[in-house]
Design a protein around this ligand. Sequence first.
Ligand SMILES: Cc1cc2nc3c(=O)[nH]c(=O)nc-3n(C[C@H](O)[C@H](O)[C@H](O)COP(=O)(O)OP(=O)(O)OC[C@H]3O[C@@H](n4cnc5c(N)ncnc54)[C@H](O)[C@@H]3O)c2cc1C
Length: 458
Amino acid sequence: MHVVIIGNGVAGMEAALQIRAEAPDAGVTLVSEESDHFFSRTALMWVHSGQMSHRDIEPLERDAYVRHGFTRVRGRVVSLDAASKRLTLGDGETLDYDKLLIACGSRPRPGPWRGSDLRGVGHFVTLQDLEWYERELHGGPSHAGRPPRPDQHVPSSRPDSPYLPREAAAEARGSLSKRPAVIGGGLIGIEAVEVAHGKGLHPHFFIRDEWFWPMAIDATEAAWITERMRAHGVHVHLQHEVEHLEGDAQGNLTAVVTNHGRFEVDCAVVAIGVVPNTQWLADSGVALDAGGGVVVDAQQRTNVPDVFAAGDCASVRWSTGAQRPEQLWYTGRDQGRVAARAMLGQTGHAATYRRPTWYNSAKLMDIEYTTVGFVNMNQPGEREWFFEERGAVRSTTRIVHTDTGVIGFNLLGRRWDHSVLMEFIDAGRSLAYVLDHLHEAAFDTELVPPLVLPREAR
Ligand SMILES: Cc1cc2nc3c(=O)[nH]c(=O)nc-3n(C[C@H](O)[C@H](O)[C@H](O)COP(=O)(O)OP(=O)(O)OC[C@H]3O[C@@H](n4cnc5c(N)ncnc54)[C@H](O)[C@@H]3O)c2cc1C
C-alpha cells in the first residue's frame, strides 16, 4: 500500500509515524511545500526572539525520513483527481496513491483592506512569515547559531502560496523597522507584539474588540493583560477598526488608518485569524464546509473513498454539534494518529476521533495563562466562580461550572498542571470539590507562595 500525506506538520508527521509503527512495509510519501523538516509552529516566537535556533524547534532528528523509510517530496500539490487517485504538483509531476491524507494546515487570513499588499505587511504563521518578520526587525536571522536553510524557495509554488518568500520593507528602505504594528488581538497577535517588544520596540497593537482576545479572556482578565502590555510600552488601541493601509511611492508601508486616526508605522503583522489551506481542492469533489475545512467523520474520512483529512484543515464534529476545524497542535496530533489507523483499515476506539477536553497554556507578556475546558462558550446553565489575588503573587482564578459539575478553568498569573484540571472536568467534580483540591494542580516554581482561596468569591 502506498500512502501519500500532504503536509509534514504535526498531523501529517504523526500519521506517518503511526503508519510506520503499525505497517512496517507500507510506502509512505510526505509532500511539503513549506519546509524539508517537521517543525513546531507553536514555537516560531522563540526563534524570532533569538531564544531558540531553528533546529531547536524541530521535534525529530533530521534523518527521520531515512530512518523510517519515508519518501520526501518538496513541492506544492495543485490538484486532486480522485477518480484516478492521482495528485498533480505545481511543476506538472504527478503522484499516485492508494490512500491519501490531506494534512495541509492553515494559511493566514489576508488583510481585507486597501494596502494589504504593500511591502512591509505580512503575517506570523509560516516559516516564510518568520523569515520576513525577522528581516524587518533584525535584518536577518535572529539566532546566530541558526544553520542556513537551502532550498527554501520551491519553484512549483504559486503566487498565492502562503509559503513564498517575500521582500522586506526594511531592505527596500535600508533601515530596520522602528515602528511596527500588529493588527488583530488574538494569540498570534500578542506573540507578534511580544517579539517586537523583545527587540526593544514599542509596537502599535490594533484590536477591533472591546478587549484583548474576547474568545478566550474576559474583561477583567484582559484589563490586566492590557495594563501589562502598556507598562511594557506597547501602544494598545482597543476598538480600532482598520480602514486602510498607506504606502509611499516605492510601495513601502507608511501608516495604518483606523476609525480613530492615522498611525505612522513601517511594518505590520496582520494576525486576524487563519483559514484552511484548501483552495486547491475546489474542483476535486472533496466536500468542504463553508469556511473551506475538509469535512470528515470520526474516522477522519472525507466523502471521497480513500481520502482522509486531519489537523488544521479538517472540519470535525464538536461536542456542541458544530462542524468546523480545531486549529490546535495536540488535536492535530490526535487526528493524525486516528487517520493513520483508519487508513490501515482499523476500526473501533483507536481509529475513532473524540474531541478531548480542550486545554492550552501560554505566557501573555509576563503573565502565565492556562485554560482548560469550556470557557467563554456560553454553555447552558453555566455560572462563574472568580477570585483575584493581589498579594505577593497577582493571579486570577475563573472556574466555570454548571449543576453537573465544573466545566472550565481560566487561570492567569500562576502555573497549573492542565492534566489535573482535565481530570476534575472529566470526572464531573463539583465546584466545592475543586476548590478543596485545586492545590493538586498547582505547578508553580519553587518559593512561590501557594494560592489561598476564599470560600466566597464573585
Ligand atoms: C504563531 C502560532 C502560535 C501557535 N500557538 C499554539 C499554541 O500555543 N497551542 C496550540 O495548540 N496551537 C497553537 N498554534 C496552532 C498550531 O500550530 C497548529 O494548529 C498546528 O501546527 C497545525 O498543524 P497541521 O499539521 O494541521 O498543519 P501545519 O503545521 O500547517 O502543516 C501543514 C503543512 O502542509 C503543507 N502544505 C500545505 N498546502 C500544501 C500543498 N498545497 N502542497 C504541498 N504541501 C502543502 C505545508 O508544507 C505545511 O507545512 C499556533 C499557531 C501559530 C501560527
